[in-house]
Design a protein around this ligand. Structure first.
Ligand SMILES: Cc1cc2nc3c(=O)[nH]c(=O)nc-3n(C[C@H](O)[C@H](O)[C@H](O)COP(=O)(O)OP(=O)(O)OC[C@H]3O[C@@H](n4cnc5c(N)ncnc54)[C@H](O)[C@@H]3O)c2cc1C
Length: 470
C-alpha cells in the first residue's frame, strides 16, 4: 500500500521534524513519555513502575520506521489486527522508500514527497502511531519492554525489529573531511544533491549499485566522476564479470572514469578541495567524495537482547527470531529462505516489502510462508537493470542480445538457470523466474537466440531447486 503525494514529507524536510513524542503518547496510551507521564491507569509500563508486567495487550511495537517497518504496520491494520500498533523511527520523517535517493532525487525528477509511504495523518487514520526522531535503545525481553531514547518505556506483545542497515564507513582517520559523504537517508541524498553542481569533481569509492547509480546521476548533472574500487571490476559481489563489463562500457562511454584494483590510502585537504592518495602512488583531486562501500545491518539491538545474530538478525521462514514474540524483517534480517534452504540477508525493495507483509500476516495468525526468488533493479544511464535469482561470479553466463544495448544474461549453474540479469528487457524476468524455480536443464543455443521464445528453451524438467546448492 503506497500513498502518493505525501506533502508532509516535503514539509518535514524543511521543518526538520514531523510528529512529537507527546502527540504520539495520546494516540498510544501504553507509552510513557519521560518528560510528560500519562496517567497511571493508561500507563502500565513506565520507568517508575518498571516492575509491573506489560499490559495484557500491549500490541505491536515496530523498531524502525522504514519501508519494512511501515509495511508491517499497514498490513497489520489491513488484516484487522486489534491491538495498538506503534512505529518507532530514529529519522525525523514518516516512512519513505529509498530507491529514488540515488537516482531521481539526485536528478530532481522526483521529490521527497514522492518517496513517502504514508503520512502521519494517514497512519493515524489507520490507528498506527508514529514516534519519529526516537531510537529504540534496549529490549528487555523478560518484561517485554523496549526502552526509548529520551527515557520512556513501551510494553509490547509482539516486537518487530526493522532497523535496516547503515553505510559501512571508512576509517575516520582516513576520511575526516567535510567533502566525504555517505548515502542511506533522505537527508544524505538531499545533502549530496546540493553538492553535485556542474563542474564538480566527484570521487566515488565503491563500484557497487549505489556508487554506479550516483555516478550516472552526477554525470547527468554535469560533474566529472571517477569511481575507485579495490576489486578488478564493478559489482563483484553480485554479478559475473562479463555482465558488469557490459554495464561499465556504458558508463565509460558516458564519461565515467574507473580506477579498479586500487585502494585509497589517505586523503588530505588542499584549499577547498581534497586530494586522494591511492595505493599505486597516484593522486586524485576531488571536490566531493562519496563513500559507497556497502552496508552493515543494524543488529546490535537484537544482539544485546541475546537474540541470535550472524550478519543480521537470524529469523526462521516466518521471520520469527529465537524469541517467538520478536520478529525481524527487511535489510536487517537474515531469513531462512525456503527456496535456497539456508539463511540469506537481502538488501532490496522487494524483500523489504514482501517479507514484512508476510511477517505481519503471521502475527495475525496466518501460516502461509513467504517464498519468492530475490528480485532487484537498478537504473543507470537509461539502462533498466533487473536481476532475478542470485547470480554468482562462478556462474557460466550466456547472453541473448536484442540489439541497441538490450540484453538478457542467463547465469547457469551446471546447465540450469540460477539467475537472470536483463538490461532494458524486463519481459524476460518473469519467464526466467519460472525456469529457475522449475530447475530445468536448458538448451544453450536456444537460450542465446533472441528469436526463440524463452519458454521453449527447456531440455528436460528435472529435480526441484531445493535439492541444489547455490
Ligand atoms: C540509496 C539507495 C538506493 C536503493 N536502490 C534500490 C533499488 O534500486 N532497488 C532495490 O530493490 N533496492 C534498493 N535499495 C534497497 C532498499 O531501499 C532497502 O532494501 C530497503 O530500504 C530496506 O528497508 P528496511 O525497512 O529494511 O530498512 P530501512 O529502509 O533502512 O529502514 C530502517 C529504519 O530504521 C531506522 N532505525 C535503525 N535503528 C533504529 C532504532 N534502534 N530505533 C529506531 N529506528 C531505527 C533507520 O534509521 C531507518 O529509518 C536502495 C537503498 C538505498 C539506500
Amino acid at each position: 500500500m503506497r500513498v502518493l503525494g505525501c506533502d508532509v514529507l516535503e514539509a518535514a524536510v524543511s521543518l526538520g521534524r514531523v510528529r512529537g513524542a507527546h502527540e504520539t503518547a495520546a494516540a498510544f496510551p501504553f507509552i510513557a513519555i519521560a518528560t510528560n507521564h500519562v496517567s497511571a491507569s493508561t500507563n502500565p509500563v513506565n520507568s517508575s513502575s518498571a516492575k509491573q508486567p506489560p499490559p495484557a495487550d500491549a500490541g505491536c511495537v515496530i523498531a524502525g520506521a522504514g519501508q519494512a517497518g511501515a509495511n508491517v504496520a499497514l498490513t497489520l491494520r489491513q488484516r484487522g489486527y486489534q491491538g495498538g500498533v506503534l512505529l518507532v523511527g530514529d529519522e525525523p520523517y514518516p516512512p519513505y522508500e529509498r530507491p529514488a535517493l540515488s537516482k531521481e532525487i539526485l536528478l530532481g525528477s522526483r521529490s521527497a514527497a514522492d518517496c513517502c509511504i504514508s503520512s502521519p495523518q494517514q497512519l493515524a487514520e489507520l490507528g498506527i502511531s508514529l514516534l519519529d526522531s526516537t531510537t529504540v535503545v534496549h529490549i528487555d525481553r523478560a518484561r517485554r519492554i523496549v526502552h526509548l531514547s529520551g527515557g520512556s518505556d513501551v510494553g509490547y506483545r509482539t516486537l518487530v525489529i526493522a532497523t535496516g542497515c547503515r553505510p559501512r564507513t571508512l576509517n575516520p582517520a582516513l576520511a575526516d573531511l567535510d567533502s566525504v559523504a555517505y548515502l542511506r537517508t533522505l537527508d544524505d541524498a538531499l545533502r549530496l544533491k546540493r553538492r553535485l553542481s556542474p563542474g564538480q569533481r566527484l570521487a566515488i569509492i565503491g563500484a557497487g549499485y549505489i556508487g554506479l547509480e550516483v555516478a550516472a546521476a552526477a554525470i547527468a548533472l554535469g560533474c566529472e566522476v571517477t569511481v575507485i574500487d579495490r576489486e578488478a571490476t564493478a559489482m563483484t559481489r553480485v554479478l559475473p564479470a562479463e555482465i558488469s563489463r557490459r554495464i561499465l562500457d556504458v558508463h565509460e562511454t558516458a564519461g565515467v572514469r574507473f580506477r579498479f584494483g586500487r585502494n585509497v590510502t589517505s586523503m588530505e585537504k588542499t584549499g577547498g578541495a581534497a586530494l586522494l592518495h591511492l595505493d599505486d602512488a597516484t593522486t586524485l583531486p576531488a571536490d566531493q567524495i562519496l563513500v559507497a562501500v556497502g552496508v552493515i545491518p543494524n543488529d546490535g539491538l537484537a544482539a544485546e537482547a541475546g537474540l541470535e545474530v550472524a550478519d543480521g538478525v537470524v529469523v526462521d521462514q516466518n521471520s520469527q527470531t529465537s524469541d517467538p514474540s520478536i520478529y525481524a524483517v527487511g535489510d536487517v534480517s537474515k531469513r531462512h529462505h525456503p527456496i535456497y534452504g539456508r539463511g540469506i540477508r537481502l538488501e532490496s525493495w522487494q524483500n523489504a516489502q514482501n517479507q514484512s507483509i508476510a511477517a505481519a500476516k503471521h502475527i495475525c495468525g496466518a501460516s502461509e510462508i513467504h517464498a519468492e526468488l530475490p528480485w532487484f533493479w537498478s537504473n543507470q544511464f537509461g539502462m533498466n537493470i533487473q536481476i532475478v535469482g542470485t547470480p554468482l561470479r562462478e556462474h557460466r553466463t550466456v547472453f541473448r542480445d536484442y540489439g541497441e544495448g538490450r540484453f538478457a544474461a542467463f547465469c547457469l549453474d551446471r546447465g540450469r538457470l540460477a539467475a537472470t540479469v536483463t538490461v532494458n528487457r524486463p519481459r524476460d524476468i518473469g519467464e526466467s523466474r519460472r525456469l529457475i524455480l522449475n530447475a530445468c536443464a536448458l538448451d544453450v543455443e536456444k537460450l542465446r537466440d533472441p528469436a526463440v521464445p524463452l519458454r521453449t528453451v527447456i531440455v528436460q524438467p528435472e529435480e526441484p531447486l531445493e535439492s541444489r546448492s547455490h
